[in-house]
Design a protein. Structure first.
Length: 761
């Protein structure tokens, strides 16, 4: 699909979505508006009916009061004319009086019974005493006469069984002195006509005709059943409505959409809170009900019922169909217009696309012609600038590429022609790169080595190599190490290895490079050199021992010759000869120690305790020489791997030398410390006569001593022992102030494993 079609599709899709959202939103708003309109219509109908009913009630009540007064006056006048006794009254007299007074009928009632009964009437026939209407009238009259046996009484307008208002208005009159009761009536035909004109029926008919969704109007009378009400008479005039009993509520209406009990409960809520709207489903129809209380305080509720389908859904559907038709036409127009406008907008893209194709092909010379000042014109300008910059950068990249290629060839030549074996491994130990010297030294070709873990490290050095790799990963720099490596054929090679990390841009270690140099030839040369030095040393020792032994032998020979010539045994000469023999024995013993040291086993010891044992051994001799030991030991552990007896021999030699350098006594300060580099330092400082500066470099040479009775081998033996413990000995002295001997030994590290028991020959 082209960009033009895509853009048109996107624009039309956006418009389509907006139109659909508009239709949905309009449906939602229309539904709410129609619901509000339906509620408003129901409220309006209720108000109109209410006003009509209230007005009609007031009018009927006014007419009722007027006619009651007319009947009262007429009954009083009739009683005055008829006299006190009923026996004197005739039917013709009653008929004439009715015509004269404008009455419809005059009936004389007896007062002997509990319930009055007619005895004479102005009509030709007496009223039907068995009719329900007449019994109802007489029961009412008897009830009101119990409270007041004389006076005038007129009941409200009576309703007929067929509905509507009875055309007759009755009044009843008696007084003291009369042995009868008069019942008079008026014709109410005019009131019936007024009901059909100004009553609620026209309002109801108009509402039903104008509002299609209106299906029923009900009236709820919330007064107790034993109370009478003129409104029942009024509502009888509504078309198709009759009286129905629902629980405690008397309802006027067809009752088709009534809900017994529930309507009454809602009507009670409406009486307290005002207009109440409710949705219900009855007979498969969705209904909208409203319960409207009378505003004049009357205990009545108007129930308006609407069909929700007619009131809302049908109208919403009609609105939706109309809007969908309009939206479809609009969307079709948008599709055509968006396709045209997309072509117009994307027209400059063709030139830009051509220029991009030229740049992609490596041709940067031709530029776009910029004739527009909009975003496409700015884009064309930027592309022209990009083309120029790319031309410059491409030239620079070519130059940089050539330089990198030359440097790569130079480095590859350097790596491949160096005599040192170079190989690179990843963090898993797989070889990623080797040079020719590696192939020659270890026997594996590049094809055999790359991608594999080679068995270069003997089993005896696995732990040491693992510790070195961990130190390297932690960021420490490793010095060159002389180790043993194994070649392809299983032969062990002594090499000097330099290991370095290879890091990526983020500084993380990605590989490890090792440079190995064959140390076989150099080790042989060093061995020959050591043998030569040993022979030289042996010669020096032999000459020194011969010289030292010759002096006491000369003494022995002289004394023996003297005793041989004189024939006398001189005991003093014997003591001197024994002393010289002891001296010869001492020289020979120390010479044997130098010539063949005894095998030693190293163990982990705290140097503070070893030195403390030596101090305890020499403490009594120090007291005799007026010497005091001052101990300054570190509180942290100072453990080293050592041969305890040899180390004690060193401490004894150094402490005896210190005591002998102080003939007048003094203090010897002995300190033990541990520094941050995991080394233990033992310092022995005396306050003796000191050693001349020119003699310090010669200390340790065989038979060199500054003491009259010394052999010159003590410092030499001590240095040899300290060296076998991988330590150092430093001597500093000032004449007249004293001498300080400092020993430095490597501390034992717990993470290096258990102390190995190495035998040193």
């Amino acid at each position: 699909m082209s960009v033009k079609a895509k853009l048109a599709f996107i624009l039309s899709s956006i418009v389509f979505i907006l139109l659909i959202l508009n239709v949905l939103l309009h449906d939602y708003m229309t539904r709410d508006d129609l619901r509000a309109q339906a509620e408003q219509d129901m409220s309006t109908v209720a108000e109109q009916l209410m006003l009509s009913i209230v007005s009609y009630r007031h009018g009927v009540a006014y007419i009722d009061r007027e006619w009651e007064e007319r009947l009262r006056l007429a009954s009083i006048a009739a009683a005055d004319r008829l006299g006190p006794s009923r026996e004197q009254i005739t039917a013709s007299q009653l008929n004439e009086m009715a015509h004269e007074l404008g009455l419809k009928q005059v009936v004389v009632l007896s007062r002997e019974q509990l319930t009055p009964e007619p005895v004479l009437t102005s009509d030709t026939e007496l009223p039907n005493l068995n009719s329900a209407r007449w019994r109802e009238r007489m029961s009412w009259l008897a009830s009101v006469m119990n409270d007041n046996p004389s006076g005038y009484w007129s009941p409200p307008y009576e309703t007929m069984a067929t509905g509507g208002i009875n055309p007759d208005k009755w009044g009843y009159y008696t007084r003291e002195g009369l042995d009868y009761m008069l019942a008079v009536s008026l014709d109410n035909t005019n009131l019936t006509d007024a009901v059909s004109v100004v009553g609620p029926a026209p309002v109801y008919a108009k509402a039903i005709e104008s509002i299609d969704a209106l299906v029923e109007i009900m009236l709820f009378n919330m007064t107790p059943e034993d109370e009478t009400d003129h409104l029942e008479t009024t509502m009888r005039q509504l078309d198709k409505m009759w009286f129905t009993q629902y629980g405690n509520s008397r309802v006027f209406g067809t009752g088709t959409y009534a809900e017994p009990g529930r309507d009454y409960e809602r009507a009670q809520v409406a009486m307290k809170q005002g207009i109440l709207y409710h949705e219900a489903v009855l007979g498969g129809k969705e209904l909208l009900k409203s319960y409207v209380p009378f505003t004049d305080g009357s205990p009545y509720i108007l129930g308006i019922v609407m069909d929700k389908q007619l009131a809302i859904y049908d109208k919403v559907r009609a609105e939706r169909d109309q809007r969908l038709l309009v939206s479809s036409i609009a969307w079709l127009i948008v599709i055509i217009f968006s396709y045209w406008i997309s072509g117009w907008i994307l027209r400059p893209i063709r030139s830009i696309l051509w220029k991009v194709s030229e740049v992609a092909s490596g041709r940067f010379d031709e530029s776009l012609l910029v004739t527009r000042k909009d975003e496409f014109g700015q884009l064309a300008t930027r592309i022209n600038a990009m083309s120029k910059n790319l031309a410059i950068y491409t030239t620079k990249l070519k130059q940089a590429f050539e330089e990198n290629r030359s440097m790569k060839e130079y480095l590859e030549s350097f790596i491949n022609h160096t005599i040192d074996a170079i190989h690179v491994v990843d963090l898993d130990g797989r070889v990623t790169q080797v040079n020719r010297a590696f192939e020659k030294m270890f026997g594996w070709t590049a094809e055999e080595a790359v991608g594999h873990v080679l068995p270069l490290i003997p089993a005896s050095q696995q732990k040491e190599e693992q510790a070195a790799m961990e130190a390297l990963r932690s960021g420490k720099l490793l010095d060159a190490r002389e180790v043993i490596r194994r070649n392809k054929y299983g032969e062990e090679i002594a090499v000097s290895v330099t290991t370095s990390p290879i890091r990526d841009r983020s500084g993380a270690i990605g590989a490890i490079a090792s440079i190995s140099r064959d140390m076989t030839s150099r080790n042989k040369m060093e061995e020959l050199l050591r043998q030569s030095e040993k022979l030289t040393t042996v010669g020096q020792l032999a000459a020194g021992v011969a010289h030292e032994i010759r002096n006491p032998l000369t003494t022995l020979r002289g004394f023996l010759q003297l005793q041989q010539q004189t024939g006398n045994l001189n005991m003093r000469h014997n003591d001197l000869m024994l002393s010289e023999l002891d001296r010869i024995n001492l020289i020979v013993s120390e010479f044997l120690i130098l010539a063949k040291p005894q095998a030693s086993k190293f163990h982990v010891k705290d140097v503070r305790y070893v030195l403390g044992d030596v101090i305890s051994l020499l403490d009594s001799q120090a007291h005799l020489c007026n010497v005091v030991f001052q101990e300054r030991f570190s509180e942290e552990p100072c453990e080293i791997s050592c041969e305890e007896n040899q180390l004690k021999q060193v401490f004894i030699n150094l402490l005896k030398n210190a005591m002998e350098s102080m003939p007048q006594g003094g203090e010897i300060i002995i300190s033990v410390t541990r520094n941050a580099l995991d080394y233990i330092t033992i310092a022995i400082q005396d306050q003796g006569i000191g050693i001349p500066e020119e003699m310090i470099p010669k200390l340790g040479d065989p038979f060199f001593t500054g003491k009259e009775t010394g052999t010159g081998l003590g410092i030499m033996v001590s240095q040899r022992i300290i060296h076998s413990h991988h330590g150092t000995m430093q001597i500093a002295s000032t004449v007249g102030e004293g001498t300080t001997v400092k020993l430095t030994l490597p501390a034992w590290r717990a993470n290096a494993g258990e102390a190995s028991e190495n035998e040193v020959q």
